[in-house]
Design a protein around this ligand. Structure first.
Ligand SMILES: [Fe+2]
Ligand SMILES: [Fe+2]
Length: 301
């Protein structure tokens, strides 16, 4: 039986009021707010609430078995923004299929959001799965013949210019332990950060997954067959190659003006048929666009 997934990312929704605290005014969120308000981010995401509403109609109405969200629900990880984003997507709504979600760097924008597990609380219904010990990540969820494995590659950093990520050795250790006890079947990682950009290079230092090469090698040892991610706001597909033991798909931003889109995947055995659906502002709805095909790695492993 084929499994039908929706993959969307980088919604960057905001909320009013945000819920500023005094320490935010002197912290990273102040810089983020300037960036948001004066340097164009808000303009690029001006239509995000309308596009997110159209996305939710598709998520509820197109017969998906499961939803995959690869992070950056918010602009600055405020609890108000995170709760509003989860509500906009229909997290926990019985009319919307079940999902698996990981935070993006904007969802853990400051240490308080990360430590307080603000994202995990708002997206609790999309955080169900098998875990190692009491740690939130990674977790694995069986969907049809697939294992979806949620890996957290986002962490808070104090510097406004630093948008880098890291998985870290402790989580990689748990990934080994978790994957060792899963039954056979394709293993699909869901995470925020790419391993390589569309040019098959690591991202610039202050945007990249810092331990990208180590993560790639451990994921290959764990039998990962596909890497689903966001963070880059333009979408792309990388087939496996000498530098990448498994294919990777970046959904891009689902709500950024003129980049808006999401992916449908039908995975039959080890074959994936991908369809990109792009937002049409005239129609106020998503419509079919590009198609692509991939073979998942690890068949017969
Ligand atoms: Fe983003
Ligand atoms: Fe990001």
């Amino acid at each position: 039986m084929a499994v039908r997934l929706a993959h969307f990312s980088d919604l960057h929704l905001s909320a009013r009021p945000l819920g500023w605290a005094v320490r935010d005014v002197f912290g990273k969120r102040a810089t983020g707010w300037v960036n948001l308000t004066f340097l164009g981010r808000a303009a690029r995401f001006r239509h995000a609430p309308t596009v997110a509403a159209a996305l939710r109609r598709d998520l509820a109405g197109r017969g998906f078995d499961h939803l995959v969200f690869s992070g950056d629900a918010t602009m600055m990880g405020f609890a108000s923004e995170t709760a509003a984003a989860a509500a906009a997507l229909g997290v926990g709504d019985p009319a919307v299929p079940p999902g698996t979600a990981v935070p993006g760097n904007h969802d853990v924008y400051v240490a308080r959001a990360e430590r307080g597990r603000v994202f995990e609380a708002a997206f609790a219904a999309w955080q169900a799965g098998e875990r190692v010990g009491g740690e939130p990540y990674p977790f694995a969820r069986k969907v049809g013949h697939l294992w979806l494995i949620a890996v957290n590659s986002s962490r808070s950093v104090p510097w406004p210019w630093d948008a880098s990520g890291r998985v870290g050795e402790a989580q990689l250790g748990r990934l080994r332990e978790l994957t060792a006890r899963l039954d056979p079947g394709p293993r699909v990682v869901v995470t925020h950060y790419p391993i390589l950009t569309a040019n098959r290079k690591p991202e610039p230092h202050f945007r990249r997954l810092r331990d990208w090469d180590r993560v790639r090698d451990v994921a290959a040892e764990c039998g990962v067959g596909l890497w689903l991610h966001g963070h880059r706001h333009g979408w792309y597909v990388l087939p496996a190659g000498p530098d990448l033991p498994f294919p990777c798909v970046c959904a891009g931003s689902s709500t950024q003006t003129r980049r808006w889109g999401y992916h449908e995947y039908v995975i039959d055995g080890w074959k994936l048929a991908g369809l990109r659906r792009v937002y049409d502002p005239e129609a106020g709805a998503f419509a079919d666009a590009d198609r692509f095909a991939l073979e998942l790695a690890g068949n017969g492993a």
